[in-house]
Design a protein around this ligand. Sequence first.
Ligand code: 0RA
Length: 622
Amino acid sequence: MTDYTAEQIEVLDDMEAIRKRPGMYIGGVGVRGLHHLLWEIVDNSIDEALAGHCSLIKVTIHNDGSASVEDNGRGIPTEMHELGKSALEIVMTKLHAGGKFDKKAYRVSGGLHGVGLSVVNALSEWLEVWVRRNGKIFYQKYERGKPVTELKIVGETKEHGTTIRFKPDEEIFETTEFNYEIIAQRLRELAYLNKGLKIILIDERTGKHDEFYSEEGIVGYVKHLNRNKKALHDVIYISKEKNGLLIEIAIQFTNSDVENLLPFANNIHTVEGGTHVIGFKAGLTRALNEYGKKNIKKFTPLSGIDVREGLTALVSVKVPEPQFEGQTKTKLTNSEVKTSVESVVYYEMLFWLEQHPNEANKIIEKCLMSKRAREAARRARELIKKRNEIGVTLPGKLADCSSKNPDEREIFIVEGESAGGSAKQARDRRFQAILPIRGKIINVEKSGMMKALKNEEIKAIIAAIGAGIGKDFDITKARYRRVIIMTDADIDGAHIRTLLLTFFYRYMKPLIENGYLYIAQPPLYRVKKGKKTYYVYSESELGNLLKRIGNSEVQRYKGLGEMNPEQLWETTMNPNNRILNQVTIEDAIRAENLFKILMGDDVEARRRFILEHSKEVKNLDV
Ligand code: 0RA
């Protein structure tokens, strides 16, 4: 090992180049980059599965911080190659050498991940590889990319396959701790995308393990995604080869109002979409319009948005030479893919519809309903716009303020008639308006804009604020500078607050973006000590106060209604004393998520949420 040949110098160059600029090859040296090492190997095993040579992949996270991937594929070739080196050593030590030995049709490796096993090797403190091939077990070990043993035969076997075990280099990575959930999530996805492939995951650190396998492939995935929704028909499955492209699609319409479209290219989740997505949407819309025109009475043309409301679909394409672009390199840009996918989806979908007229009717009916709801929402928006232009009749329940200066006007939206009454007496009528609403305000998530706009409480809020709604919302027309939600500090109050926040987030977002929306914070306790009265706004504050002043009379406020108007003014409404929490978009998004859990179709998530939060509901905060 004294004289280097030209070849050896080059090999050293590759390994050193990778170690010098790891980010260039794996995107970064954080958690994502770390797991990238694992995906690199798994993708190679998946390629073996795609080529029909592998049915089992086993991933193990070991106690010593290393990970291993074992498969029953063909095994990395071990034959001697140029200059007395084995093919295996070249694959392990030269950039982009994998493809040299095998023209694979739809390689995943070489796609998004696809930087090659040599990158994993270069960035590992050590790496061991076992190859079962031609009746023998071959073994070699490397350290930071360089072989430290010969390729040797260590046993005999009838099996075939590859095992690679590696320890990420702490000199390179910010963190070298593998995350079970990240790995499980991706392996589950891969099992669905590659039907019949069994993937085992074992975590020796915790004893946790999972087995992923799907007989039905992407059809099973769509069923899984729709498990809590009401489906209109059995999953439609399309599988076709066209112009050298493998196209596999699973489609199911549901009566929910969300679109869930999951696109993959060469097993990579193309979050940013691309030509396969554009082709799919175009083909689907065209097929439904074609079928509707021919077979449905009183049919009117559907837009893509109408068609896809309530649709769950998984679109998986395998492209020989995929091109990815975008922020996270997850947008497929091969232009030939669009036309192929569009024509396959159009013909296959039309054919399916013609074979299933009952289901087809249900689907078209759903699309027409989505269309009617969309048009009605637009008309409602226009109506509100027109009303605003003419000058609205303010809701009867509103006690408006007298000031004409929009910068000082504020409105309290108060839950319940009695609290509303107190607030009307308590307020400074010059600049404070009160709008009482009843407890049961509508669930905007489930009912959509149409029904929401028929709800009396919602109508009153829109009219009082006077700035329109949705696309036509105009913040400069807002009749108040502060919109303050004032609800009880209990679970019902929190619930109504969540409903209101969701409504404002969905239909008056600029109100939040411009900092117009607030939440009033009424006190939780009144503490009396002799002649002195304290108002306390949180549990921790109560603890501190009682420590300070000792034994005293503590009254818990269950609702705004328990306060007399003077107390309400002093504690919650008087600008000099009150606590107002300005609502941020993050608050609103959190409310919306909470909302989906509380109201949505996902029964399991709701059950989990209630179990997890049942201890803290006493004092649920936004
Ligand atoms: C190069 C060529 C062939 C297979 C592989 C690499 C291969 C790599 C990995 C990594 C993990 N498991 C793997 N399995 C196979 C083709 C081999 C042939 O043509 O016999």
